[in-house]
Design a binder for this molecule. Structure first.
Ligand SMILES: C[S@@+](CC[C@H](N)C(=O)[O-])C[C@H]1O[C@@H](n2cnc3c(N)ncnc32)[C@H](O)[C@@H]1O
Length: 1002
């Protein structure tokens, strides 16, 4: 805490001061802390992470910071020297506010005068402005609604006290209400609705222009106030003002900038009665700088269009709703590009800053400037079309998003020492619209322009060059579906060229089209789109089909349209099927609530392209693919082999000759004296396990395994070598085995890599290559698992647990998922019919024979088994597990060999896996069991019977594994597969990681 200073001393000291900004600013701030009893940045936050001088200063280039002082979630503060331009200081801080985490208050100060600007989202802006003299008096003034000391205290301790009560939405609603009253009054007096709409839009623009400093402050308000008593004069003065706005020039002593000849092309005004001028005076008192373009377009359209007046008070589409579709369709590719550009830029910055000579530095600096400029050119080149744009709300949101991204690039450039990115590169000229409604059409351009100018103003980029309203012919008044050629024949109208199409075209059920649009129009429409859109589809389907067709020409890259949710079924779905035939759906919200013309409806949102997008997302979840009915089935065929999974799972060695020996022979060899090389035969005589041994009772077979020994080395093991020479050599010499004749004493495929991977392992994991149940078991290193098995070179319980994990499921899911025949043929363990992995409902065993007991048991597959079932092939309906397509594609919770040792989630899996194995082992070999009992106790039998305790153990393991992925425990099969696939693609580098939720990061 700084030592206290009283207000009069502070005021006197700083009124006297003639210090310049640089030397004075920090002392001024420290003194202020002392006055307010607030800690200084250094005292409160020595690391400068939340409270600091010079926030964002780039040490390397020596460039200034984004703010002179910054306190997280409180303020950003910019100082200027005495009597310097505070507007410029405010503009600077507006430009960097995102980099400053958008604090709620932006303060500018010239050592004498303070301006505290509120920066809360969704509320109107307020400014508390006072100087040192005001601070000494500490009374509210016309420019500061609260005592200055109270304002300063709130800046440091509770910014929320300065939050304006009014939301931008409520100001916009009030403004629309006043204009609706004015429109109604003019209409009652018989004015033409279209002329009224045009006139009111000009008034609206004047009100906005005045509050955003495009017109001299208070000019329009004074004009209105002066006319309340003499409304007749108002028209005359207004006409003069409109004329000046059309060309630029003087209005009285005021200089009026050149707006343009579009909105103000003619100076026609309508006569206003005293009551009308009074309404206008009330409207002028509102804060027009804060009106929300997304809302006002809709509300003003309702107030101007006689057919829509009944909807005036009804709800409207919010910006957040529109962003739902705008982000994945328009912004996602740009954001990906930006991430890549930033990466490249950082490399260049590093090289530039490390360069020892000027030439190299300049070269990197120029390359950096070119890179950033080229990316802003990409943003500025993006053309967006809304082919049913209404009053332009989607177009405005698109523009705002592009401008926000441009600003991010520009801030990055400035702090990297690159100047010269121009704000007017991105602008309304990139937006294209089609709209039939006269009122909506006229409003759309005004919405876009007001939104654009407001953005420039709010972000500290001043006002556009003159003419302020550039001619904008991009928004056409046109029927987007059907027009007529010179001969009167119906034809499809050309849509403006664009890169991205977005919008919410009108919905009109197939059975209402004729009634609403008239028979002649509908007959032409059906004929024109015959074979492409089924007759009686919802009207919205025509926009989908037209957008699809434009994608196939290669002109349009991505489309995002809203539709009634009935687009998922019936005749409507045909357009989505066609989209899938010629391209792909990459994003969809299948069923969401929406407000349409004030009514609650349910909609689907669909993003589609020519098939270039690799990331697919349905209802906020990453999925492998999206079907035309907006459901998903994971397209697992796209899964890739993951390098990090390599070198762990192997096929067991393949002998291709009789290396196996009965137990009695093995015993003799093992009992023989050591060989001439001083080694026992146990070096090469090993128990062998095939698939049946892993899941049945071990048969007690042995094998002779010389591994990769040379002939000379092998021959030193006398008895085993003699056996191999007698039994194996002749077989290998057979013509068809000639390829293995060379090293005839070795297994045909000895699996060199497997042996290397198993070196030093205390145990390893094995599973049958083909098996009804995907069961993993521990195997001792002495045992050789042969070609019917898969060997996993890991000896830890965690890894075993993931492989053996099962899904947790609700009873309903349990039944729904999969039916497995567990028919048994007496005395034979393996069912002939085996597994029918995807059937559900009644199932009869195809291999039914006498004594075969068929039952249908339903259970869920194991998590890894789920993957294995879909990824592997099948042999006689029994799933096959392969090292490549099954194991190497499976994305483990952590990259194999890079697991976070000591992680509690790993431990949880290991504990559950150990418990499962212990219980299985106890069941397999219970104390006191007879030989006959033991014969029936096999893992296959256990998993056929699947007692409750086994399910419970698997569920415990399953929960632990799902936790490790960070996924909910109640996912269904498709969701799990989709997520596993998404994770696989992400690891393989073909999917944007941000599209994978809840994935454990490494
Ligand atoms: C659901 S609104 C969407 C407008 C705006 N995005 C909104 O949210 O308010 C559909 C718009 O399509 C327009 N429209 C209807 N039929 C059209 C056609 N054949 N050609 C062009 N626009 C049409 C309507 O006038 C309406 O403004």
């Amino acid at each position: 805490m700084s030592s206290r200073l009283d207000v009069p001393t502070f005021v006197a000291r700083w009124q006297r001061s003639t210090l310049t900004e640089r030397s004075a600013a920090q002392q001024h701030f420290l003194d202020l802390c002392a006055v307010l009893g607030q800690p200084t940045p250094a005292a409160s936050d020595p690391d400068g992470t939340h409270y600091t001088f010079e926030k964002g200063a780039r040490k390397t280039s020596g460039a200034g910071g984004w703010a002179d002082v910054w306190l997280r979630r409180h303020f950003a503060w910019e100082y200027k020297g005495k009597h310097k331009d505070l507007k410029a200081a405010y503009r600077q801080i507006q430009q960097y506010r995102e980099d400053l985490e958008n604090p709620p208050l932006l303060v500018v100060c010239d050592l004498n005068r303070f301006e505290v600007h509120t920066n809360f989202t969704n509320t109107v802006k307020a400014v508390y402005a006072f100087d040192l003299a005001d601070l000494a008096r500490n009374e509210p003034t016309p420019t500061c609604a609260l005592p200055p000391l109270e304002v300063l205290r709130a800046v440091f301790t509770s910014p929320d006290l300065l939050r304006p009560n009014r939301t931008t939405a409520s100001v916009t609603e009030d403004a629309a209400r006043e204009f609706a009253a004015l429109a109604e009054s003019l209409r009652r007096r018989g004015e033409d609705p279209e002329a009224t709409a045009h006139f009111l839009m000009r008034l609206l623009f004047c009100l906005f222009a005045e509050d955003i400093d495009l017109l001299p402050a208070g000019l329009f308000t004074r004009l209105v106030a002066a006319s309340v008593a003499s409304p007749g004069d108002f028209g005359l003065r207004l006409r003069e003002l409109f004329a000046r706005m059309a060309t630029g020039g003087f209005f009285g002593e005021h200089k009026i900038p050149y707006f343009n000849g579009g909105l103000f092309a003619d100076d026609t005004t309508l006569a206003l009665a005293a009551g009308d001028v009074a309404i206008l005076a009330r409207a002028a008192a509102l804060d027009w700088a804060s009106i929300e373009p997304v809302i006002f377009g809709t509300l003003f359209e309702r107030s101007l269009d006689p057919t829509k007046r009944s909807q005036l008070g009804a709800h409207y589409t919010s910006r957040d709703d529109i962003l739902l579709i705008m982000e994945p369709v328009l912004m996602a590719p740009l954001r990906r590009r930006w991430a890549a550009v930033q990466e490249e830029a950082r490399i260049l910055i590093g090289r530039r800053d490390a360069a020892s000579d000027r030439g190299t530095r300049t070269r990197h600096q120029q390359a950096l400037a070119r890179l950033l400029l080229a990316f802003t050119d990409e943003i500025a080149a993006m053309r967006i079309l809304d082919p049913a744009c209404g009053s332009g709300n989607f177009l405005y949101v698109a523009l705002k998003r592009l401008l926000d991204l441009w600003k991010e690039v520009s801030a990055f450039a400035a702090t990297s020492g690159v100047a010269g990115l121009l704000p007017d590169a991105v602008g309304p000229q990139q937006l294209y619209g089609i709209e039939v409604n006269v009122y909506a059409h006229e409003l759309a351009s005004v919405v876009v322009w007001i939104g654009y100018i407001q953005w420039l103003h709010d972000n500290g980029f001043g006002i556009p060059d003159t003419p302020i309203l550039k001619p904008l012919h991009n928004i056409q008044r046109l029927d987007a579906l059907l027009t007529r050629d010179e001969t009167g024949c119906p034809v499809e109208p050309a849509w403006p060229e664009a890169d991205v199409i977005v919008g919410n075209p009108p919905f009109l059920g197939g059975n209402k089209i004729r009634q609403e649009l008239g028979s002649a129009y509908v007959d032409d429409l059906f004929r024109l789109y015959q074979g492409r859109v089924p007759a009686f589809s919802d009207l919205v389907c025509y926009w989908f089909e037209r957008a699809r067709a434009l994608i196939t020409t290669g002109k349009v890259k991505r489309v995002g349209l809203l539709a009634t949710n009935s687009i998922r079924g019936g005749a409507n779905r045909r357009v989505l099927e066609r989209i899938k035939e010629t391209g792909d759906i990459f994003w969809a919200e299948s069923d969401r609530p929406w407000i349409l013309n004030g009514a609650n409806v349910r909609v689907s949102m669909v993003g589609f392209d020519a098939g270039a997008e690799v990331a697919h997302q349905l209802d906020d979840q990453p999925v492998a693919s999206i079907n035309p009915d907006l459901t998903t089935t994971a397209a697992l065929t796209t899964a890739r082999r993951l390098t990090e999974n390599g070198g762990i799972c192997f096929m067991g060695p393949s002998p291709k000759a009789p290396f196996d020996i009965p137990a009695a022979v093995a015993r003799t060899m093992l009992g023989a004296p050591v060989n001439v090389n001083g080694r026992p035969n146990s070096d090469v005589v090993r128990p062998v396990a095939s698939a049946v041994d892993l899941v049945g009772r071990p048969r007690g077979e042995w094998t002779i395994d010389f591994g990769q020994m040379s002939l000379e080395q092998a021959a030193l093991y006398e008895m085993p070598f003699a056996y191999v020479k007698e039994h194996v050599h002749p077989v290998r010499m057979e013509e068809r085995k000639a390829q293995y004749a060379g090293n005839w004493w070795q297994y045909a495929r000895p699996r060199v890599e497997m042996r290397a991977a198993l070196q030093g392992k205390a145990r390893y994991i094995a599973t049958p290559g083909v098996s009804k149940h995907r069961i993993f078991v521990w195997v001792a290193p002495v045992v050789l698992c042969n070609q019917g098995t898969l060997v996993v070179a890991r000896d830890d319980d965690y890894f075993f647990g993931v492989l053996q994990s099962t899904l947790h499921a609700s009873p309903v899911d349990w039944l729904r998922i999969r039916s497995i025949c567990v028919g048994k043929i007496s005395g034979v363990e393996t069912c002939v019919a085996g597994v029918a992995p995807t059937i559900s409902g009644p199932f009869s065993c195809q291999g039914k024979q006498d004594g075969c007991v068929t039952e249908v048991m339903t259970r869920r597959a194991t998590l890894h088994e789920l993957w294995a079932l879909r990824m592997g092939t099948a042999l006689e309906d029994r799933p096959r597990y392969t090292p490549t397509s099954t194991f190497e594609t499976f994305p483990f919770p952590w990259l194999p060999r890079r697991e976070p040792a000591g992680d509690l989630r790993m431990d949880a899996i290991a504990v559950a896996a150990r418990a499962l194995v212990e219980q299985r082992d106890r069941w397999l070999n219970p104390e006191g069991a007879t030989e006959a009992d033991l014969r029936a106790r096999t893992l296959t039998a256990l998993y056929n019977a699947r007692p409750t305790w086994l399910d419970l153990e698997h569920r415990r393991l399953d929960d632990a594994v799902l936790d490790a992925y960070g996924w909910p425990r109640d996912l269904d099969d498709e969701e799990i597969l989709s997520r596993l696939l998404a994770l696989n693609l992400e690891r393989a580098g073909t999917l944007d990681p941000r599209m994978v939720p809840g994935v454990v990061r490494l």
